[in-house]
Design a protein around this ligand. Structure first.
Ligand SMILES: [Fe+2]
Ligand SMILES: [Fe+2]
Ligand SMILES: [Fe+2]
Ligand SMILES: [Fe+2]
Length: 459
């Protein structure tokens, strides 16, 4: 099932990027049986949470609090669905501003972002130690505008887009982007804001946060500022019983969220899945100017090298998907590291290496569909002589799939500009890699890469 799913999604992404496959168009119209929109929201939300230094699962817990509140406030089915889905994607626009934010503020972006739910723009900019405060404020406003714009290009309803845009409006008028006040902010919007503020506070408080008393104190603080009394009351009511906390801290949030949503709101077609994943990767690659299109380039090369080596279409497609997703965990590596114009220090390098485990965590929300890719992805920085990471695998311990993805990865890194050096041209990159054959790279895979590049140059 997994291979079939990966092949379908890959063929749609590949067709979209490279053009022309009639079979892909037929697959595109079909509803996927393997994943729902909630699963996609978990994957997407996890990457966003990483980028803002949130505790893992923030977006899904916000969705759960908001959904429980919506039910308690007797909202209708559509409103409950809109709130739940908007919560999963609420900070969709954040990754797009972290590069500039880091350049301007001199504080790690995660320090500024982790508590941004309840802050006014002035609170946020007051945390900036040095830098252009006005521009930092503009970037915070930009994150909701970018989020709404991105959401418009995704298969989400206009109401979900509106909720994403308004997730920092505050009842007292101190929010953004429109500075709405009072009942000009719809109740659905206030519920989302309340859930976002509360989850951030709970995560910050650790175990102490998991009690109705803690929520009551928080709700009181938010009341009259970020939210109104009705919403504040809704927060307290939704979190009073033991059942709430059992689900909140348990591992079954997805099931719970879906159980309250109409089937037609969570069904996704294969094309829609392809659109979501492609957009997520586009955003993560765009996080740093030095990584633009990296994942797509690696994906394309993985796929083409595999075909060149005579591997089956299914396996080649799975390798294409592995290439596409291999660095999604870079969302969780600070721009202070990604954009650093010098070699990384030891501790910085250790943080950068964590992108592998971040990637695996994000993909763990894929209902097992990406499990086949885990070993290949976790091996993409391993080298034949055992000098790679994270497991210092050696020789035969590197499968052919790992050899393919690591070769494609290094090749794209070599031809890309980095903060500290210009990119090489294609033939110089291959020559460089040939100098490391059998030490780092497999000769057969490297030969296939050479053939793939040769034919694309000839085209
Ligand atoms: Fe936000
Ligand atoms: Fe949030
Ligand atoms: Fe990597
Ligand atoms: Fe990479």
């Amino acid at each position: 099932m997994s291979r079939d799913f990966l092949r379908k999604v890959w063929s749609l992404i590949y067709e979209d990027r490279e053009g022309g496959d009639a079979a892909a168009a037929r697959i595109g119209g079909k509803v996927a049986t393997e994943l729902t929109l909630v699963d996609i929201g978990f994957i997407y939300g996890a990457a966003i949470d990483l980028s803002e230094g949130q505790s893992f699962g923030h977006a899904q817990r916000v969705a759960y609090i908001a959904q429980e509140m919506a039910v308690g406030l007797e909202m209708n089915e559509d409103e409950i669905a809109d709130i739940t889905l908007a919560a999963l994607f609420h900070d969709l626009g954040l990754i797009s501003v972290t590069h500039e934010l880091t350049e301007l503020s001199s504080s790690p972006e995660t320090e500024l972002l982790v508590n941004h739910a309840r802050d006014e723009v002035e609170d946020l900019t007051s945390q900036v130690r040095t830098g252009n405060i006005q521009k930092v404020a503009e970037l915070f406003i930009q994150h909701v505008l970018n989020g709404a714009e991105t959401a418009e290009g995704l298969p989400l309803t206009p109401e979900v887009v509106r909720l994403i845009r308004g997730h920092h409006e505050h009842y007292d008028g101190s929010g953004y982007p429109d500075g709405l006040r009072g009942d000009d902010i719809p109740l659905t919007q206030r519920v989302l804001t309340a859930a976002d503020c509360l989850e951030t506070a709970i995560a910050g408080a650790g175990e102490r946060g998991h009690t109705p008393e803690f929520v009551r104190a928080e709700a009181l603080q938010l009341s009259g500022k970020q939210i109104d009394q009705i919403t504040s009351r809704g927060l307290v009511d939704a979190t009073q019983n033991v059942r709430f906390w059992g689900i909140f801290t348990g591992g079954q949030l997805g099931k719970q969220l879906i159980s309250r949503l109409p089937q037609e709101r969570v069904a996704v077609t294969y094309s829609e899945i392809a659109t979501f994943l492609d957009q997520l990767i586009f955003q993560v690659d765009g996080k740093s100017p030095y990584r633009q299109h990296h994942s797509w380039n690696v994906a394309r090369h993985c796929y083409q090298i595999s075909l060149e080596l005579g591997l089956a279409e299914d396996l080649s497609s799975a390798l294409g998907m592995a290439g596409l997703l291999h660095d999604v965990g870079k969302a969780g590596v600070s721009n202070q590291i990604l954009d650093k114009p010098k070699w990384l220090t030891g501790p910085e390098y250790e943080l950068a290496k964590k992108h592998i485990s971040h990637t695996l965590k994000v993909l763990s929300y894929g209902s097992g569909l990406f499990n086949d890719l885990s070993d290949w992805i976790s091996g993409h920085h391993e080298r034949l002589d055992g000098s790679g990471y994270p497991n210092r695998l050696k020789g035969d311990q590197l499968s052919q799939e790992v050899r393919i993805i690591s070769t494609a990865d290094v090749y794209d890194a070599l031809i890309s500009d980095r903060p500290y050096r210009k990119g090489l041209d294609a033939s110089a990159a291959v020559r460089f890699m040939e100098g490391k054959v059998n030490r780092y790279f497999d000769p057969e895979v490297l030969g296939a890469l050479g053939a793939v590049i040769g034919s694309s140059v000839a085209d």
